[in-house]
Structures are given as C-alpha cells and as structure tokens.
Design a protein around this ligand. Structure first.
Ligand SMILES: Cc1ncc(COP(=O)(O)O)c(C=O)c1O
Length: 389
C-alpha cells in the first residue's frame, strides 16, 4: 500500500528522540534535555504584537503561492543589507519553514540518480530530502581536529559524471562551523569549475559567536540558492517561515511546484516577516544572541581537557559536537555513540543526540538551547561519566 518513495524514508532522528524524552518527562523523570533544536526563548513581544494586529487587519486569506509581495520585498531588503546583493521579489519563494524550502529547492534541481555532495557531519534531514527528490546523497567526511573544514580537496575524489550539486550549511548543525571567506570562495570556485549548483542553508544566520557569516550567495548569486528563515534567528520555530533566494528561473519553477503541493505559507506569519527583519537589532534579539554566546563559552570551557574527547569550537548556532571515538569500543566507556547516549540518559539524566543521525559515528551533539543553570549541571554530569569511567 505504501509507496516505495515513502517506505524508505526514515523519521527525523531528532524529532523521534524528542518524543521518547517527552514520554520520560511525562512519567516523572527529571531529564536535562540537551537534544533540543530550537531556541528556548519566547518569540519577541514586538513580533507577537504584530501577529495579533495582522489578524485584525485581515492577513487571513491566501496570499500569492510564493509569498506576499510585501514579505518578499522585506526579504530583498534583508539580502541587500546582509549579503550585499540586490535581488528582486521574483527571486524569492517563501515556504512553510526552511525545511520545506530545502525540499522544494531539491525537488526543483535534482533529477533521478543525480548525486549531491554534502559534508558530514550534516543536518539530519539532508540525505532524506535528497532521496525524496530521487537523488543520491554523497557524504564527505570532515574532521573535528580541522574545525570540520570542507575543502575542494576533500570533495574532489567524490565527483562523478552524475554529480550535479553541493549542499553547504553555515553556521552548521551539528558542528557550529562558520567558514572563512577564503574557504567559501574556494568552494564556489570548485562548484563553478565542475558546473554544480549550490544550496546554502543559512537558517542560523544571526547566531554567530565569532567573526561573520560568509555567504556563497554573495559570491555567485546565479549558482547559489540561499535558504534561511525566521525559525532560529527570531525564535519562531512554530511559525513556519522559511525562504529561498535564487535565480529568477529557479524561483519561478519552485513557485509553480509550491502552488501545487502546498500553496502559500501561513499568512499571519508572513505578515511578521518585515517587522522581524527590520528590527534585527532589537534589544530582545541582541540579548538572546549574547546569551547563546555566553553559553557557548561555558560549554567550551567546561568540556575542554577531557582525555580522548575532541571538538571544534562552534563559531555559530547552538550546538557543540563532541568526538568521543577514542573513548568508545569494546574496551571503552561504551560500545558506540548510541550506547554512550543511553548511558548518559539512564545514569546521569542528560539527553543528547548520537552522531550517527548526522552521518558521523563516535560523536554526540549537545545543544545549548537550554538555560545556563541546566548547562552547568549537565557539564558536571558529562564530565563525571567521561572522567570516572
Ligand atoms: C540546518 C537546518 N536547516 C533547516 C532546519 C529547518 O528549519 P525550519 O524549522 O525553518 O524548517 C533546521 C532545523 O533544525 C536546521 O538545523
């Protein structure tokens, strides 16, 4: 009964783990949940107020399938300010979250059996979204000791005549990687030389702790589809607003696709796009970004110096990816990362996501989208398990 396409799709690993945790919590266990993938802050009040007003103003009907013109114009102004590129509303497609943007983008770019390159560790959904578009994900391992740098030298051996595209994600989930301008320029040059499209997922764009984001879209706006949205930078995960900015022909194709498979994203949420982007430096937002930076520093300090444990300092987002591979195995602290995560949950009450969900064995992802007091206790317990076993 179920189609071949959907039968092979795995449920989102982070979402299913979260469901298990919610069960444990409902049953009275006290868990420090560091598996979360969304900011632990309410949506800023000025955005909530705009939504209430928008309902009364009548933002309650269908909009254009690719998004309301005012919202797309606001995204154009945002791109001009942050990526230093002038774009037209006809180059913007607003979808129901960045995940849908990625899905529509891949469905518009990938033909059956096309191979799509991506660095590992990678966000959980990329391989499944590529497969849903009948493409083949080709993962390329990066190393924590090298700051998870993805380079043309690493990608080159994986090129085949079927390779058509490359997915980049900065700041990265789960590593927090933010590349240098030179590294991004080299990756765009590699794509040009091999005639590849690039999808650049920049959903954590405002959560930068060191330096700045270098978007490949600024280097080659014809070749690159920029994906972003309100979810993480504005603490609006439930509002479901993501967008794609790309060349006009591709945006038109995505618009046609979206007009048939979902139509416009929520009109009330769209009404808040201009308000959010125009107040990108609102004190409530700046305070959230600063809090994430302080927590990042706390974790980096607290988890440093554990024998056999490596990580690269996350330059953005709200995750730290611990490489435990030297401590795992038949004579190690646990057989593999999953077994370690189970020990951490059962013995210490700390929930994290094991690395295999991100295409990386022997590691765990720790989220710091939790209050500082919780993080301090979690650091102590993680250290206990790793240093006393
Ligand atoms: C790298 C990355 N891209 C996209 C998304 C999806 O974002 P949205 O909630 O806007 O669909 C996430 C959410 O966890 C993510 O981590």
């Amino acid at each position: 009964m179920i189609s071949q396409r959907v039968r092979t799709i795995q449920p989102s690993a982070t979402l299913s783990l979260n469901a298990k945790l919610q069960d444990l919590i409902r049953n009275g266990s006290e868990i420090l949940n560091l598996s979360v993938g969304e900011p632990d802050f309410p949506t800023p009040e000025f955005i909530r107020e705009r939504a209430k007003q928008a309902i009364d103003e009548g933002w309650t009907r269908y909009t254009a399938a690719s998004g309301h013109i005012e919202a797309r114009q606001a995204i154009c102004r945002h791109i001009a300010r942050t990526r230093k590129i002038e774009v037209e509303p006809s180059q913007v497609v607003i979808s129901s979250g960045a995940k849908q943007s990625l899905s529509q983008c891949l469905l518009s770019l990938v033909d059956p059996a096309d191979e799509v390159l991506l660095g590992a560790p990678h966000w959980v959904s990329y391989p499944e979204l590529i497969r849903l578009a009948d493409g083949v994900p080709v993962t390329v391992k990066t190393d924590s000791k090298d700051g998870h740098r993805l380079t043309p030298e690493l990608l080159e051996p994986h090129l085949t005549p079927r390779t058509t595209g490359l997915i980049l994600n900065e700041p990265g989930n789960p590593t927090g990687t933010v590349s240098s301008a030179d590294d991004i320029a080299a990756l765009v040059e590699f794509a040009r030389a091999n005639d590849l499209w690039i999808i650049s997922d920049e959903i954590y764009e405002s959560l930068i702790h060191d330096g700045e984001l270098h978007s490949p879209f600024s280097v080659d706006p014809q070749r690159v589809s920029l994906i972003s949205g309100l979810s993480k930078s504005f603490s609006m995960t439930g509002w479901r607003i993501g967008w794609t900015v790309c060349n006009e022909a591709q945006a038109a194709a995505m618009g046609r696709l979206q007009s048939q498979n979902s139509a416009n994203p929520c009109s009330v949420s769209q009404a808040c796009i201009a308000t959010a982007l125009e107040h990108h430096d609102h004190p409530e937002l700046l305070s959230m970004y600063e809090t994430f930076r302080v927590r990042r520093d706390l974790l980096v300090e607290g988890l440093s110096g554990i024998p056999g444990v490596h990580f690269s300092v996350p330059g953005g987002a709200f995750y730290i990816f611990l490489d435990l591979s030297e401590r795992l195995g038949s004579t190690g602290i646990a057989l593999d990362a999953e077994a370690f995560a189970v020990r951490l949950l059962e013995e210490k009450g700390v929930a994290v996501v094991p690395g295999p969900a991100f295409g990386s064995e022997g590691a765990i992802r720790i989220s710091f989208a939790r209050p500082e007091a919780e993080l301090r206790i979690a650091i102590t317990r993680i250290r206990e398990l790793l240093c006393e076993s």
